[in-house]
Design a protein around this ligand. Structure first.
Ligand code: UDX
Ligand code: ADP
Length: 485
């Protein structure tokens, strides 16, 4: 540890990257610290314009109110890089997607955005002392790379690098930020750790602010996400066994989670986990293990992904099988495109993968989601269908057979009842609360018979639906006629 100099009184914080992480995190800091000027910079003008408008670029419960409260006071969204350089603390909150090319393709995190941020900082900050905080999820040892870039030029500035991983979950970002289980700060410089801790200490109890070395901090983030995903994959694996044996996965989950050593959270079987973090972080860990020649470790964690893929595929196959082994030209209504409720984010949503399987079987897909835009849905489906998901969308041809299939066979609705009318089957793929409130008698009357309902989130009242006349499948629950399966 370096010896600390005069403690820094933080008066300005900047964040590079106005996304799902940077936007909410900085908004909460601005709300908690009125005396600190908070600037969020992004190179994407459109995104910044949206942050400065009445329609924010991301949906997150409670976010809008907080932004409107502090915007123009101590919270600023800008494309003017000059606003970044005079901040005391600069957060890096840019995207770190899985690489889709070259060495580590499909495994390693692509650090090109982080790297370009570091180069820009090096080239623009020539003097003084700056605290650079890694907020994006990154593979361990990234901070060394950032440090080496920052120190590689002719800058006289002193840079202190901290890792401060984000544990917020989308949909609950504001409450997670307001009352975090812990804030983790990794670094070597006492001066920097104290400065960042003093910001969080305005609202987070001191005992919940954990300080570690850089490597522990970076690795802890990956491990936390792997373990959360592992719990879900365990229940998803067991859901398949439940369907064969007649056990009920929700009962098993409840009974298992009651053990305080295990706990109840993240044990809900589903159509498979999605989101921008879980898969990426597991792949990061797998890549690291392979890199350090630890194949058993890599294989152990890769199993979490394999079960997730299996669960998505199993669900799609079940739909096809139940619809008499063909969905060709059958109208299938998809309820929910976001990867979880209360977010407009679709990254790695299981819906995209399930739709792909059904489109390949030539189903007519009708989608309703309360928050996801039609453009986003078509973008995701075309990317995956053309094997370019997470890759270069500009390389996709609008006239490829896969793109044409999406254009012709996918309809998007703003009214759920219209999306469900005349359908052979409804698939509930996101757990939006409003799906529980629909008039299912009205839905049933408007559907083709037999009316099939596949509840991929186990949120609907099965008994009531069966009384209406639906044929219901729920994850990890025995079918009415087990022999059918
Ligand atoms: C996750 C971590 O929770 C968060 O700490 C980290 O900072 C970022 O990654 P997020 O991806 O926003 O957050 O969502 P999360 O709530 O973890 O859900 C991930 C996926 O798992 C969703 O698709 C969700 O529907 C699914 N899930 C979650 C289940 O299938 N079952 C569960 O029991 C819980
Ligand atoms: P996350 O979920 O990690 O917040 P997002 O994709 O939602 O990821 O947001 C990342 C943001 O970072 C995007 O708005 C992108 O434009 C921005 N970004 C990426 N690289 C840079 C950069 N070098 N300078 C400024 N902004 C960047």
């Amino acid at each position: 540890m370096q010896t600390s100099s005069t403690p820094l009184i933080v008066s300005k914080i900047a964040c590079i990257g106005a996304g799902y992480v940077g936007g909410p995190t900085m908004t909460v800091i601005a709300n908690k610290c009125h005396d600190i000027q908070v600037v969020i910079y992004d190179m994407n003008q459109h995104r910044i314009d949206e942050w400065n408008s009445d329609h924010l670029p991301i949906y997150e419960p409670g976010l809008e109110e907080l932004v409107f409260e502090r915007r123009g006071k101590n919270l600023h969204f800008t494309t003017d890089y000059a606003q970044v350089v005079d901040a005391d603390i600069i957060f890096l909150s840019v995207n770190t997607p899985t690489k889709y090319y070259g060495v580590g393709k499909g495994r390693a995190a692509d650090l090109k955005y982080i790297e370009s941020c570091a180069r820009q900082l090096r080239d623009t900050i020539k003097s003084g002392r700056k605290i650079i905080v890694e907020k994006s999820t990154v593979p361990i040892r990234t901070s060394i790379a950032v440090k080496r870039i920052l120190e590689s030029g002719d800058s006289q500035a002193q840079f202190d690098i901290l890792s401060n991983p984000e544990f917020l979950a989308e949909g609950t970002a504001i409450s997670d930020l307001n009352a975090p289980d812990r804030v983790l700060i990794g670094g070597e410089s006492d001066y920097a750790i104290q400065a960042l801790s003093s910001v969080y200490a305005r609202w987070v109890p001191k005992e919940n602010i954990i300080t570690t070395n850089l490597w522990s901090s970076e690795l802890s983030k990956l491990v936390a996400n792997c373990m959360l995903a592992q719990r879900i994959s365990s229940m998803n694996a067991i859901s398949a066994l439940c369907e064969k044996t007649g056990a009920d996965v929700q009962q098993v989950s409840y009974a298992v989670g009651k053990d305080t050593r295990i706990g109840a959270k993240f044990l809900q079987a589903s159509v498979g986990f999605g989101g921008s973090c879980f898969q990426k972080d597991i792949l990061n860990l797998v890549y690291l293990a392979e890199h350090y020649n630890l194949p058993e470790v890599a294989k152990y964690f890769y199993g979490i992904i394999e079960i997730n893929d299996y669960q998505r595929d199993r669900f799609a196959k079940k739909v096809i099988h139940k619809l008499f082994n063909t969905v060709s030209n059958k109208k299938i209504c998809i309820l929910g495109f976001a990867f979880k409720k209360n977010t407009s984010d679709t990254r790695e949503s299981s819906t995209i993968y399930i739709c792909k399987s059904l489109l390949e079987e030539r189903a007519q897909i009708c989608i309703y989601d309360p928050k996801v835009t039609e453009n986003q849905m078509r973008y995701d489906l075309k990317s995956l269908m053309n094997d370019s998901y997470g890759g270069d969308f500009s390389a996709i041809s609008e006239t490829s057979p896969e793109s044409e299939l999406v254009s012709k066979n996918v309809k998007v609705f703003s009214d759920p009842y219209e999306a469900m009318a005349d359908a052979h089957a409804i698939l509930v793929l996101t757990e939006w609360d409003e799906f529980k409130t629909y008039d299912y008698q009205r839905v049933f009357d408007s559907m083709k018979k037999p009316a099939n309902l596949f509840d991929g989130r186990n949120i609907l009242d099965r008994e009531q639906l069966e009384q209406i006349g639906f044929e219901v499948y729920q994850i990890g629950k025995q079918e009415k006629n087990l022999a059918d399966w």
